[in-house]
Structure formats: C-alpha cells, structure tokens
Write a protein that binds this ligand. Structure first.
Ligand SMILES: [Mn+2]
Length: 367
C-alpha cells in the first residue's frame, strides 16, 4: 500500500515576518505545495494521502484556498484522503471542515475519541481523532489497542510527544508501543524526525511543508513510500519552495573587511535565491572593528531575504579593560556580569550596550 504522510501545511498562514506582498506570494506558494503533493501522489499511484493536522492555520480560509483544496482532492478519486484536525484547525462548528463540501474520497475525523475507517481493498485500517478545540490535555491513546486481524493499522495523530504535560495532546512512546499500530503518522512538531520504532510500531513526524520563520530552518517536505504488514519503506521528499537558514560567522581575529569577507562568503556560499538568510556575526573582535550592513550584503550570494545580527564582542583588549581605572573600565566591569549572563537576550543586550558605550566613550560615531 503506497501512501503520503504530510502535516502542518498551515494554509493561509499570515507569514508575519514578510511584507504584505511577499506574504501573499508565500501563501500562494503554500497552496501550490499542496498541488505539488497531490501531483506527486498521482505519479506514485498512492492509495492513501494522510494529512496529520493543521492543514489550515485558522478558522478562516480564503476562497482560493478552499477551491484549490476541493479541486485537488476531487482530481484524484482513486486515492483516499484522511485528515485529522489539529490545534490550529480544530473540528468545530464554523470551521472549514464543518462548512466545506469535501469530496467523497476524503475522510475527516471529528471526535476526540479514536475512531477508524476501513479500506479492505487496500487491506488498511486508518485510526484517528480530532482536536475539537485549541487544546487537548488527554491522550486518546491511553489504554488503546488496535485490532489484530492482519490488516495494516495506521494511526493519524496530531500530538505532542515532547512533553507529557503538553496542552496539545501529549502522547508517550509507551502508548505508541502498546498501541499495536503498524505506523503512527504524526503532526504538530514542525521539525521532521526520522522513522523511529517503539517495539514493532513505527512512528515519525514529517514536519511542516514550508518554514515560516527562523525557528523553522531547512527544506521541508512530506514522507512518501510503501507499507506492508511486515515492512515500512518511506523517504522524505522535499516540497518547500523556500527555506530559512541561519549562518553563524565567527569573525574572531578579522582585522579588516577582506578578512571578514573571506569568512562570511564561505559560511554563506550555499545559500541562493530560495533562502531567507539570517547572518549572525560572532566572535571576539578588536573594538575598532566594524562592518556595515551594506558591506555585508555586498558579500553575500543573493538570498531572497537577508537580515543581520551582530553578536561580536569588541573585547580583544578585555584584560586591559578589566584593570582600567578610567570610566571606560568602570563601564566594562559594570556590564561584565550581564555579558556573561546565562540568559541569551540579556547577553545580547549587554554586548550591544558595550559596543555603543565603547564607541561613545571613544568619541566615535554610533550607527
Ligand atoms: Mn499543531
């Protein structure tokens, strides 16, 4: 039995990091990701198309999106689309699942209790449940066991395996182990995992289909492959049009623009027009060292979006500053505990304060 496992498409996501015209383009790309998934499923002659929750980002979806979705599902009647509503798109009155007229080959789970649909022609039973509100604190898998009759048992689950105290359907590895499923197709965590096993039950998060910010880096996609009662053979297929990446460039010891250019271009060489790039400068520099945003942009390949973060520490003369008894030394010693803070935000702020302070005290221009 051949299948696709996708999740967390978040169709019509607002893409708040982008400008409004860019955000519109990104939403169109998300729609076309879904079309590309369906085309791929057709070319692979998939029997089953699993959507493990958060297909929509919200209660509200545009007409373009609903038309695209219905049209794509209807265009592949040989395939069974099984959808489980997640925390962003719970099944409830006035949700798209409630008011849209889905084609007959789509099955949507509607209850917080586990239910199933049987497809004897492909020897497969698909279990699932639905978020019916934003939160779900109880695991529907607790004490649950699948039927044992030779059919392939798949569970489609929007669930949080990272914390047993999660408000987003906490599911534990033990519950999966004793579920008797052949495969648990997970959604909710946006970073894909490899296929893991709890006893004989395979389970995996496929991740989201497009990153939407620097906390979701890398290319994204869906799992595709084949399952039998004895064996699972799936691979990650890339579908994202864009990716977010963070390039950390340690410019310690860079004395001038040429030095920095060498370091930055090698760290960023692989990022082209499909990448939203955050360049983070790190390391220890002498306090006279500076690189303007424009200079850095000039070095980079052409990502479609770039932002810069300068976390360098102007401290090559730290030893001297520690003993310095002028106001500069006093300023440095005052900031030192915060520069060494465990809290990343506090550290960043302190480094920024130090940079501005040293510039101001040295009578240099502050940009
Ligand atoms: Mn979710």
């Amino acid at each position: 039995m051949k299948f696709i496992h996708c999740a967390d498409l978040h169709l019509d996501s607002p893409f708040t990091l982008s400008s409004s015209s860019e955000a519109g383009k990104r939403r169109a790309e998300l729609r076309s990701d879904f079309s590309a998934l369906v085309s791929y499923a057709k070319s692979e002659k998939c029997d089953l198309f699993i959507i493990a929750g958060d297909l929509f980002d919200d209660n509200y979806i545009t007409k373009d999106t609903s038309e695209m979705l219905i049209k794509e599902i209807a265009s592949f009647p040989e395939c069974r689309f099984v959808i489980t509503p997640g925390n962003h798109d719970p099944y409830r009155v006035n949700s798209p699942y409630y008011y849209l007229d889905f084609p007959e080959n789509a099955h949507i789970f509607k209850s917080e209790e586990i239910e199933y649909i049987e497809y004897p022609e492909i020897n497969t039973r698909v279990y699932g449940y639905a978020f019916t509100s934003e939160y779900m604190t109880k695991s529907p898998l607790s004490g649950f066991r699948a039927k044992e009759d030779g059919m392939i048992n798949i569970l489609v689950a929007h669930a949080d395996m990272l914390s047993p105290l999660s408000s987003y359907c906490p599911v534990t590895e033990n519950e999966i182990r004793s579920s008797g499923m052949d495969y648990v197709a997970l959604g909710h965590i946006h970073k894909a995992t490899e296929v893991k096993y709890a006893s004989k039950t395979a389970y995996a998060y496929c991740g989201c289909i497009e990153g939407r910010g620097f906390d979701e880096t890398g290319y994204k996609g869906a799992f595709a492959g084949e399952i039998t009662k004895e064996n699972l053979d799936i691979k990650m297929v890339k579908f994202s049009k864009k990716r977010y990446e963070i390039a950390k460039c340690d410019v310690t010891g860079a004395k001038d623009f040429k030095d920095a250019e060498r370091i930055i271009s090698s760290a960023c060489a692989s990022f082209g027009g499909d990448t939203a790039l955050r360049v983070v400068l790190e390391g220890v520099t002498s306090d006279g060292f500076s690189l303007s945003d424009d200079e850095i942009r000039g070095i980079l390949p052409k990502p479609y979006y770039v932002e810069l973060k300068d976390n360098t520490l102007p401290l090559l003369n730290a030893e001297y500053l520690e003993k310095d008894n002028t106001i500069t030394g006093a300023f440095y010693r005052k900031l030192l505990p915060k520069i060494k803070s465990e809290d990343e935000k506090e550290r960043e702020n302190a480094i920024l304060a130090l940079k501005y302070g040293l510039k101001a005290l040295g009578g240099r221009e502050i940009d």
